[in-house]
Ligand binder design. Structure first.
Ligand code: ATP
Ligand code: MG
Length: 394
């Protein structure tokens, strides 16, 4: 493998001053985290407003590329050859050696794009482009220059070292996790909520999660499925503190006391309340759900308003305007789909009424909830106290 260093390209042009350092530092720690399980030893350095990853010795190229291009904030990863400055003649030899190895098929167009960041190099960038272009054409007559849409954009950067690169693998963009606070994801075993968590994490938000489990109506395998999903999301977001709430008694109590067609809405309101409690404890700045307008009865505008009403924290619903097929496309891309479609029961589906209300009236819902007065506080307290927290890592 000729590549032992990588240039990390990152975007979000608006990030300046102090925030720029925070952004870069978070990016370095996320890259470190992502590369940790990869075979090999990596050193990450910040230099003149750029981030480099250097592999020391042998390493797994494909795994390393996959790990780096998964980090939020990364716009592109360029595998480079870094050489010492030993004059132009040596540089031209290095460039030919680079082309020889990286492009066995020379039937390609190219453009030399050089940048002289260190001004004591004897040739300026225009001269480097011209000279190197000529040397390449002499060495490989099959190659042709195309300054508009070259197959190979050969970048030569004269810095302390000289960087030679022409490959760029796209990253996800977004912002590195840790630059935008923390939020609590309501994570179920479905397709939507893992995608919602991914999307908010992509904006730099650290994720904690809460899952409402209803044994024996929902099995250990349903719980394991949620843990597996959290594990996949954690590949992108970093470790997730997952809270597993035993929701059975609350659910049964609502089932006993309230009209069945209102069950889902009332249950969702209690889920939000408990999630908000934990969010406050964990210093989260918001909740995240996988809701999308009109997807099911509990996600009509009226139902969302009724669910939202119990929260004072902002509730982020990144999928709100997505169609199901668009959500599925993201879940396939991030690798949660196969796990999400495993057929385990979900605590919301077990008690659902045949004809749930689709336009709940908040006053009526609140009136039904008064029937829970006797025991609900105690049940909520017990649910909170018996919640198990596990740290899920990729
Ligand atoms: P998903 O695919 O995310 O399960 P869904 O279409 O099944 O979504 P609902 O069951 O109506 O939708 O739930 C809407 C949202 O409420 C979910 O996206 C999730 O954020 C949250 N939620 C639902 N059930 C649970 C649960 N058992 N534990 C935690 N959060 C849940
Ligand atoms: Mg669900």
């Amino acid at each position: 493998m000729i590549f032992h260093s990588f240039l990390i390209k990152y975007g979000e042009i608006g990030i300046k001053g102090k925030n720029r350092y925070l952004f870069e530092d978070a990016l370095v720690s996320q890259l470190t985290f992502s590369l940790k399980p990869v075979e090999g030893e990596f050193e990450i350095t910040k230099e003149q407003g750029r981030i480099y990853v250097n592999a020391k010795g042998e390493y797994d190229y494909d795994e390393a590329m996959e790990a780096m291009t998964r980090v939020f904030g990364v716009v592109g990863v360029c595998p480079m050859v870094q050489v010492e400055d030993q004059g132009f003649e040596q540089l031209s030899k290095d460039v030919l050696a680079y082309l020889e190895q990286v492009y066995p098929d020379k039937n390609k167009t190219f453009k030399v794009n050089s940048r002289r960041a260190r001004k004591n190099f004897p040739l300026d960038s225009q001269e480097i482009n011209m000279e190197l272009g000529g040397i390449i054409l002499d060495a490989y007559p099959e190659m042709k220059v195309d300054v508009h849409q070259p197959d190979i954009m050969l970048n030569i950067e004269i810095r302390n070292m000289i960087n030679i690169y022409s490959i760029i693998l796209p990253g996800p963009g977004g912002m590195p996790v840790g630059t935008n606070g923390k939020a609590m994801l309501l994570l179920s075993g479905g397709i939507d909520s893992p995608v919602a968590g991914y999307m908010i994490a992509k904006r730099g938000v650290q994720i904690d999660a809460v899952y409402f489990h209803a044994p024996p109506y929902t099995s250990e395998r349903a719980k394991q499925k949620v843990i597996d999903l959290a594990k996949i999301v954690a590949r992108y977001s970093g470790p997730i503190h997952l809270k597993i709430v035993n929701f059975t008694d609350i659910q049964l109590y609502i089932y006993d006391q309230c009209p069945h067609e209102e069950l889902t809405i009332i249950m969702r309101r209690y889920m939000m309340k408990i999630a908000e409690h934990f969010a406050g404890e964990d210093r989260c700045l918001g909740l995240i759900t996988g809701e999308s307008i009109g997807q099911v009865a509990s996600q009509t505008m009226q139902s969302l308003a009724a669910t939202n009403e119990v929260c004072t924290m902002p509730v982020y619903r990144p999928l709100i305007g997505f169609d199901k097929n668009e959500i599925i496309a993201v879940s396939e891309k991030i690798g949660t789909y196969e796990t999400s479609i495993q057929p385990f029961e979900d605590c919301c589906t077990i008690f659902v009424a045949k004809h749930p209300v689709t336009k709940p009236n908040l006053n009526i819902i609140k009136k039904s909830e008064t029937k829970l007065q006797e025991k609900i506080d105690e049940l909520m307290k017990t649910a909170i106290e018996t919640t198990e927290t596990i740290v899920v890592e990729a």
